[in-house]
Design a protein around this ligand. Structure first.
Ligand code: TTP
Ligand code: MG
Length: 420
């Protein structure tokens, strides 16, 4: 069988997705500054996305609609049609799966592909990328930008580089030099806090970061610093998840009334984290990746994942990670559903190493599980959870619903910066 010698990871991301769908469906919007946001009486008041014509005026996702109106007075405002975008998203993903079963969808308009096994049928990764772009253009009348690289990190950065309608291939071995001139904001994992520390050392580009000594980064940023350094040097071994193999434990909660109240969301996440942790411990497994899913009032669903330094089954760790990931997604949004998924599961056998260090904490938690088992989930609930009446997540578990499968994938990139 023909083997691929070049890079095999693709990152595909549609251009100005919601706006492009609207321009496709309404000819009068083509070539115009289109701003998609809001949705009638429940208007959450921020821009979902803007066409590239509107971006020229500085209009950006998550900006208040009012600001967008000021920057772009001739902008045409269009309400969000979540159901339609979800339908188009499924069509996009179906096209991607023609080229490989190894498709990891990471958001409504974005996916990673590993095409290492597709050479015999479809040729090089670059020709597959071109074929995907053509299919999306011909069949859906939309444009996508594609990055090709030896890792998810490089492919993701590459897809963003020549948007819209870009195709950027980074040859194997050229990862570090490709990344070097780019600003560190392109690297995921660099949020405001990290940027501040790096600023002290005059780090502006990924190359600047790559040349810092490892012990310095370890001292100032701990393990996160070391991880950042390897990423800056183009090293990222995270595999492309496979929908068919997806194994995850997930709990989610749908609110009776959509909420933007962070306190309520935080408490709900605590209940979900405890439920997920209990299931992991019962199954004798630990999760290497924690993800959150946030669905807003318009049915737009965003997911974010983070791979942990060590696999866990502890509610505290799961909760803290989920809170951290969710915080950015819920800003300015009315949340309809929130969920936590634990994936990248490994079993106890492989975990002997970690078990001992966590021994004491675990004993207390196992005792709590036992009591909960005897007296029902409400018997032991942390004080925070009791402050309001949000113990319900324990009883809501949609992890077997097909949509729950979407969560639980590694998501190195995302709409917001990930500063762990
Ligand atoms: P993105 O892929 O981040 O943005 P985009 O496709 O509109 O533009 P780009 O060409 O830069 O990729 O997000 C995909 C869709 O998700 C976007 O069309 C609308 C929605 N979205 C929101 O609703 N709110 C947000 O804050 C962001 C970033 C996206
Ligand atoms: Mg996009």
């Amino acid at each position: 069988m023909r083997r691929m010698t070049g890079p095999t990871i693709l990152h595909v991301d549609l251009d100005a997705f919601f706006a492009a769908v609207e321009q496709r469906d309404r000819a009068e919007l083509r070539g115009k500054p289109v701003i998609v946001g809001g949705g009638g009486p429940n208007d959450r008041g921020v821009v979902s996305t803007a066409s590239y014509e509107a971006r020229v005026f500085g209009v950006r996702s998550a900006m208040p609609l009012r600001t967008a109106g000021r920057l772009c007075p001739h902008g045409i405002f269009v309400p969000v049609d979540g159901a339609k975008y979800a339908r188009v998203s499924r069509q996009v993903m179906a096209i991607l799966r023609r080229f490989t079963p190894r498709v990891e969808q990471v958001s409504i308009d974005e996916a990673f592909l590993d095409v290492a096994g597709s050479a015999a049928l479809f040729g090089s990764a670059e020709s597959i990328a071109a074929a995907i772009k053509s299919a999306i253009r011909d069949e859906l009348e939309l444009t996508a930008s594609v990055g090709v690289g030896g890792s998810k990190l490089v492919a993701k950065v590459a897809s963003d580089l020549h948007k819209p309608d870009g195709l950027v291939v980074v040859p194997v071995g050229e990862e570090a030099s490709f990344l070097a001139p780019l600003p560190i904001s392109r690297l995921w994992g660099v949020g405001p806090q990290t940027r501040k520390v790096l600023g002290e050392y005059g780090v502006a580009t990924i190359g600047d970061l790559a040349s810092l000594p490892e012990d310095l980064l370890q001292r100032r940023l701990g393990k996160h610093g070391r991880e950042l350094l390897s990423r800056a040097r183009g090293i990222d071994a995270s595999p492309v998840g496979d929908d068919a193999e997806a194994k995850s434990v997930s709990h989610e909660h749908t609110f009776d009334v959509d909420t933007g109240d962070w306190e309520i969301l935080e408490r709900t996440l605590l209940g979900l984290a405890e439920g997920v942790a209990e299931r992991l411990r019962k199954g004798g497994v630990k999760a290497g990746t924690i993800g959150v899913k946030v669905r807003d009032q318009d049915f737009v669903t965003l997911t974010r994942q983070r791979t942990l330094p060590e696999p866990t089954d502890l509610p505290e760790t799961i909760w803290q990670t989920a809170v951290d990931l969710a915080r950015r997604e819920v800003r300015g949004v009315l949340v309809r559903l929130i969920g936590i998924a634990a994936s990248n599961l490994s079993d106890r056998e492989q975990l002997g190493l970690f078990a001992e260090a966590e021994g004491r904490k675990r004993k207390a938690i196992e005792a709590a599980d036992a009591i909960r088992g005897r007296f029902g989930p409400r018997a032991i609930t942390r004080a925070r959870l009791l402050e309001t009446d949000v113990a319900a997540p324990f009883e809501r578990d949609f992890s077997h619903a097909p949509e729950a499968k979407r969560v639980g994938k590694q998501r190195p990139g995302g709409h917001a910066e990930d500063d762990s």
